[in-house]
Design a protein. Structure first.
Length: 615
C-alpha cells in the first residue's frame, strides 16, 4: 500500500524523540559516573591526601604503633623491679633515672656510686631483713643460723657479680613483662574507643586528625621528652639532697668513687678493707686455679700422646666406635654454693667437649630463695650446646629444683628422661637437711621406699634407663639389685667412691666439687680438694667407656688424670686402678671385700639428724 503524506511527517518526529531520549539517558549515565568518580576521589583523598603534608594511612598506622612502643618501653624500664637477695637479706631492686646505683641500708645509711647504665638509668637496692624462715629457730639452733648468715655474706662478697647478674636478668625480665602489658593495655583502649565512636564518627575524626599528623607527633615526642627530663631532674635533685663522703677504701675497685651516708660510712671505714680483701682473695685464688687447670689440660694432652703405646696392652680391645661419637659427660656434685668454681666448670667442660654436665646434687647449702644466684651461676657455667642434668640433694629443696628449671636445667623427678641419647632416671633426695635443724623426710618416703619406686619405673620401662642419678648412694640399692639399670652416679659423701660393683651394676660416687670440708665454710678459696669426673658414654654399646679425674687443690694447683677404663656390669667385681707409673690396670677383688674397702657402710633411715647435718 503506498505511503501517504501524513505518514512521512510522522516518521521524523519519532526519530527525533528517540534521539532526545538517548541523549538524556547518556547524560544521566555520564553524570552518575562523574558522581561516582568524585566520590571515589574524595574517599581516596581522605586515605591518601595529596596536600603535601598529610601522610598516607599506612604511615599513620606505623606512627601510632611507634608511639605505643615508645611509651610502653619507657614505662616498662622505669618501673621495673625485682626481689632478690643481698647476702642473707631480702632486697628489692628498682630501676631509677638518677644515673646512680644506690644501696639503701635503711637506718645505717646508703652507698651511692655513679651508674654505668645509659640514658641516665640507675638502680636502687633497698635492703630488707633476714627472712623469718632463716631466723625462726629455737635457742639451741641460733649458732647454726649465725653460721648460715655468715656464709651468705661470704657468698655475696666473694662473688658479687653473680648476684648482680641475677638482678640484671630479673630486672630485664620484669621490664619486658611490664612493657608488653602496657602495650597491650594501650592497644585495647584505642580499639575500644574506636568501637564506641562508631564508623561514621571514627571516619570524621580520622580525617581531621590525619591532616594534623605531624603536629600531633611532634607534640607527643616533646611531651614524652619533657616528662622524662623532669623526672630525671627530680630524681637527681632528690639524690643530691644529702651529700655523702667518698670512701677511700674502694679506691682501685669497681666501687671507686662510691659515696657513703649515715652510719654506713663508719661501718665501711672499719670493715670495708676486710670485705675488699675477701673479694680480692677469692678472685685471685680462682683465677690462679683456672689458669692452672688450663695448663693441666695441655699437659695431659701431651702426656697421653707419650704413654699411649705403653698402656695399650692393659686396655680392652679397641672399640670400633670413633671417639667423636661418644657422649662426654662432666660430673659435678656437692657444690654447696661455691660459685668460685663456676669458671673452672666451664673450662673443664670446654676442654673435654662436654655435652652433658651431670649435677649429683647439694647445689646449695640450705635450699633457700637467697641461694638462687648459686643455681643461676652453675647453670650459666654450662657452655653453649651443652645441658645440665640434675638430681637434687638433701641440702637442696623443692625451691632449688624450681630455680634450676627456670635456669634451663633438666631436673630429674622420678621419670626417665633422655638427654642427648642418654636415658637418665633419678629424683630428689628423700631427705632435706637444714643447718641447725637436722634432717626430715620430705614426703614421708624412706630411702628404701624411694629406691623401690625408682626400681618399678626402671623395670617397667620399654627402653630401660642407662644411668641412675641419685644424690645419696643408698637410695639406689634396690635399683642396682634389680639389674634394670647398669650404672649409678651419686655424690653426698664428699669423697670419691669407686667405681664399685653394686648389685648387678656399677656404682660411682663423685667427690665434692666445692672442696667442702667438715666444719669449714664452702665459700671462698678451697678448704679441700675439689673434684670433677669426665665420663664418656658409647651410645652404640650403651656403656660408659672410661673416666677421667679432674682435681683442684687448696693451693690453687690442678691435675687432670689419665682416662681409665670404666668397669662394665658384666665384668663382675673388678676395680680400675692407676699404677704409680701412670699405666692403667684392672684388678679383681671379691665383691664383699671391694665394698668394705672402697664404700662406706650402706645408709639406713636411722641416721641421726646430727650425722646428716655434718654431711
Amino acid at each position: 500500500m503506498p505511503k501517504t503524506m501524513g505518514d512521512n511527517d510522522q516518521e521524523p518526529k519519532t526519530t527525533r524523540l528517540r534521539d532526545i531520549f538517548r541523549t538524556v539517558v547518556d547524560a544521566s549515565r555520564h553524570a552518575f559516573a562523574r558522581t561516582q568518580n568524585l566520590r571515589f576521589a574524595v574517599s581516596r583523598w581522605a586515605r591518601y591526601p595529596q596536600d603535601g603534608t598529610t601522610p598516607p594511612r599506612l604511615l599513620r598506622y606505623v606512627l601510632v604503633g611507634l608511639a605505643i612502643v615508645m611509651v610502653s618501653t619507657v614505662f616498662g624500664v622505669v618501673t621495673a623491679r625485682a626481689q632478690a637477695n643481698f647476702g642473707p637479706h631480702d632486697a628489692t631492686y628498682e630501676v631509677t633515672v638518677n644515673s646512680t646505683i644506690t644501696v639503701d641500708a635503711g637506718p645505717l645509711g646508703t652507698l651511692e656510686v655513679d651508674s654505668p647504665l645509659p640514658l641516665g638509668l640507675g638502680v636502687t637496692a633497698v635492703i630488707g631483713e633476714i627472712p623469718a624462715s632463716l631466723t625462726s629457730l629455737s635457742p639451741n639452733q641460733n649458732l647454726g643460723a649465725l653460721v648460715q648468715d655468715v656464709d651468705s655474706y661470704m657468698q655475696f662478697f666473694a662473688a658479687p657479680e653473680e648476684t648482680l647478674d641475677l638482678v640484671a636478668h630479673l630486672l630485664i625480665q620484669d621490664a619486658v613483662q611490664r612493657a608488653l602489658l602496657a602495650a597491650g593495655t594501650l592497644t585495647f583502649l584505642i580499639g575500644a574507643t574506636a568501637f564506641v565512636l562508631g564508623r561514621s564518627r571514627r571516619k570524621e575524626l580520622s580525617y581531621r586528625l590525619a591532616r594534623r599528623t605531624w603536629l600531633i607527633a611532634s607534640a607527643y615526642v616533646a611531651s614524652v621528652a619533657l616528662i622524662t627530663v623532669s623526672v630525671v631532674q627530680y630524681d637527681s635533685h632528690h639524690v643530691q639532697g644529702e651529700q655523702g663522703q667518698v670512701a677511700a677504701v674502694f679506691d682501685g675497685t669497681a666501687l671507686q668513687g662510691a659515696r657513703l651516708t649515715g652510719r654506713l660510712a663508719g661501718v665501711i671505714d672499719v670493715y670495708g678493707a676486710q670485705l675488699i680483701g675477701v673479694y680480692e682473695e677469692n678472685e685471685n685464688f680462682y683465677a690462679t686455679a683456672d689458669a692452672a687447670l688450663r695448663d693441666a689440660f695441655e699437659a695431659r694432652t701431651e702426656a697421653d700422646k707419650e704413654i699411649a703405646a705403653q698402656q695399650a696392652q692393659f686396655l680392652q680391645e679397641s672399640d670400633p666406635t670413633h671417639d667423636d661419637e661418644y657422649v662426654t659427660m662432666l660430673l659435678v656434685s656437692d657444690l654447696h654454693c661455691n660459685v668460685g668454681m663456676s669458671p673452672l666448670i666451664t673450662t673443664a667442660a670446654r676442654a673435654t667437649g662436654t655435652s652433658i654436665v651431670v649435677n649429683g646434687g647439694d647445689t646449695t647449702i640450705n635450699g633457700t630463695d637467697i641461694e638462687r644466684f648459686c643455681m643461676q651461676s652453675f647453670a650459666n657455667a654450662v657452655p653453649d650446646g651443652a645441658v645440665m642434668v640434675q638430681a637434687d640433694g638433701n641440702h637442696d629443696s623443692q625451691l632449688t629444683g624450681e630455680q634450676a628449671k627456670a635456669a634451663g636445667v633438666i631436673v630429674l623427678d622420678g621419670k626417665i628422661k633422655e638427654v642427648k641419647g642418654v636415658r637418665f632416671l633419678g629424683d630428689s633426695d628423700p631427705r632435706e637437711t637444714r643447718i641447725g635443724q637436722g634432717s626430715t623426710l620430705v614426703n614421708g618416703e624412706t630411702y628404701a621406699q624411694a629406691g623401690s619406686r625408682l626400681t618399678e619405673v626402671a623395670c617397667a620401662a620399654q627402653k630401660r634407663p642407662d644411668i641412675l642419678l641419685i644424690h645419696t648412694p643408698a637410695v639406689g640399692n634396690p635399683v642396682m639389685e634389680s639389674g634394670c639399670v647398669p650404672y649409678q652416679i651419686s655424690g653426698h659423701y664428699h669423697k670419691r667412691i669407686g667405681p664399685v660393683y653394686a648389685g648387678q651394676g656399677v656404682r660411682y660416687g663423685n667427690s665434692t666439687t666445692a672442696g667442702a670440708m667438715e666444719g669449714k665454710a664452702s665459700i671462698g678459696p678451697l678448704n679441700g680438694t675439689a673434684e670433677m669426673t669426665v665420663l664418656r658414654y658409647n651410645p652404640e654399646t650403651q656403656s660408659i667407656v672410661d673416666m677421667q679425674i679432674i682435681a683442684v687443690t687448696p693451693d690453687a694447683t690442678a691435675t687432670v688424670g689419665p682416662r681409665v677404663r670404666f668397669p662394665h656390669p658384666d665384668d663382675g667385681a673388678r676395680s680400675v686402678h692407676i699404677l704409680d707409673d701412670g699405666l692403667k690396670a684392672l684388678t679383681v677383688i671379691p665383691p664383699t671385700q671391694q665394698e668394705q674397702e672402697q664404700e662406706p657402710a650402706p645408709e639406713t633411715d636411722t641416721t641421726s639428724p646430727e650425722e646428716e647435718t655434718r654431711e
